[in-house]
Design a protein around this ligand. Structure first.
Ligand code: FES
Ligand SMILES: [Fe+2]
Length: 455
């Protein structure tokens, strides 16, 4: 695992500066694409948080597995022969070799390519070559693959390296109310279709997670050309006169979402009509109303999981759910992993899938929206790493929606927005969620450097 700087105090000072600056909507630019900060993030954020690993619908059969990461640590997520889910560090207990060579597959055993030790898919040792001659006094029970703690919520599988910490539901807090509306909206819940898209680029994972926490502001500039070329006004968006109303939710100081709601109580995101009867019976009336009136919503589950749920529109297809993981790949580098999900009830409906796929695909590497964002995010990474910022202590700005900046922002108390503290804007302009995202970052970054204690 990566080592922390010999001078950790600089990172600590930056975290303190970030925390105190947030009160006035400022942050030190140098926390983006900084090697010392990044190494600390691996230990203080990624090793301690519940990190998204995949969806249970990707692992339906015993033996199904996929390579996924917590921070930069490679784990093999698999369902064993008894149906239990596991996530094993891909590191053989003999000399540490990687034993899984495929990204996904199905197997009951993993055989290490170095000396041939073999493990069952429950992590226990099956055997090794020349076992009787070479290992007459070996304690086989003691040899177990390193395993991450696992927990699931409506099919979302999260893993954590640290043994100590809150349960997954405690960690998600009030945000579960909104995850219910998205991932448990219908009786069958959501299911993953196909393999995720993946692409790597030179941007800091925080930039993307911050963007998806509630940055509607950038859409008007970054995506202007893409929006104009597709003539979105031809779609049902145009019929929703008031869809531009936006609300920003922040929950449990960590997880954030933005919603655009219509006054129309039966929008149902543009899903086929039968969705109304298929809504999950566990949802409250307020949760049903939120789903029925929502035309677009997106959010970030701290630290590095985000989603967008978009309505059907004439220009882009849909409705579609895009679930993302911002996979760190080194300082200032991130791999986007993008899953396409649909309600289980429509997973065999070819017409629906065609429409939904074209909506989801607009956020793929070949989609106009994605290249818009990547160009900007890569520029942020390069320039935030500039020595000038470090030497001058430059501060960036996230003051939008604060105090005297606007008289349009107001806190709303409408049950349709659920338990989160919610602000409402007549337009797109509030950076409260960005401030909340970095507040959550500060809280994890100011904890003990090593989650398992100093070693
Ligand atoms: S390192 Fe795996 S068997 Fe030797
Ligand atoms: Fe964007």
């Amino acid at each position: 695992m990566a080592t922390e700087s010999s001078d950790p105090s600089r990172t600590d000072r930056l975290v303190e500066r970030t925390e105190s600056g947030l009160d006035s909507g400022r942050f030190p630019m140098e926390i983006i694409n900084d090697e010392e900060v990044y190494q600390a993030e691996l230990r203080r954020v990624f090793a301690r948080a519940w990190v998204y690993l995949g969806h249970t619908s990707e692992f339906e059969e015993p033996g199904d597995y996929a390579r996924r990461y917590i921070g930069e640590d490679p784990f093999i997520v698999t369902r064993d022969e008894n149906g239990e889910m596991h996530a094993f560090l891909d590191s053989c207990m003999h000399r540490g070799a990687q034993f899984c060579t495929a990204e996904t597959g199905n197997t009951s055993h993993f055989r290490c390519p170095y000396h041939g030790w073999t493990y069952k898919n429950d992590g226990t040792l099956q055997g090794m070559p020349h076992m009787n001659e070479a290992y007459q006094d070996l304690d086989e029970e003691e040899i177990q693959l390193q395993e991450a703690n696992l927990a699931t919520y409506h099919g979302l599988i999260f893993g954590r390296i640290a043994d100590e910490g809150p349960s997954l539901t405690e960690y998600l807090g009030d945000f579960t109310w909104y995850l219910d509306v998205l991932f448990n909206a219908t009786e069958g819940g959501l299911t993953v279709v196909g393999e995720p898209h993946r692409w790597e680029a030179d941007y800091d994972w925080k930039t993307a997670a911050d963007n998806f926490s509630g940055d509607s502001y950038h859409v008007l500039t970054t995506h202007q050309a893409s929006l104009e070329t597709k003539e979105l006004e031809l779609g049902p968006w145009e019929e929703l006169d008031d869809y531009l109303e936006a609300a920003y939710l922040s929950c449990t100081d960590s997880h954030c979402a933005a919603y655009y709601l219509s006054e129309d109580p039966d929008t149902y995101m543009g899903y086929p009509e039968e969705i109304e009867e298929r809504m999950h019976e566990d949802l409250t009336q307020e949760q049903r109303d939120l789903f029925a009136r929502s035309v677009f919503h997106f959010g970030t589950i701290f630290p590095n999981t985000s989603y967008i749920h978009g309505i059907q529109s004439g220009g882009w297809g849909g409705p579609w759910v895009c679930l993302r993981k911002w996979q760190p790949r080194g300082c200032g580098k991130t791999e986007t992993i993008s899953w396409w999900l649909v309600p289980e009830e429509f997973a065999d409906d070819e017409e629906f899938l065609d429409d939904s796929h074209s909506g989801w695909n607009s956020l793929s590497p070949a989609g106009a929206f994605e290249s818009d964002d990547l160009t900007v995010w890569e520029g942020i990474s390069e320039s935030s790493g500039a020595l000038t910022h470090e030497l001058r202590g430059t501060e960036g700005n996230m003051q939008q929606g604060m105090g005297d900046m606007t008289d349009l922002t107001e806190t709303v108390d409408d049950p349709v927005y659920g338990p989160a503290e919610t602000t409402w804007q007549g337009g797109y302009f509030d950076e409260r969620n960005s401030r909340m995202f970095y507040q959550a970052w500060c809280e994890m970054m100011s904890g003990a450097a090593n989650p398992e204690g100093e070693r």
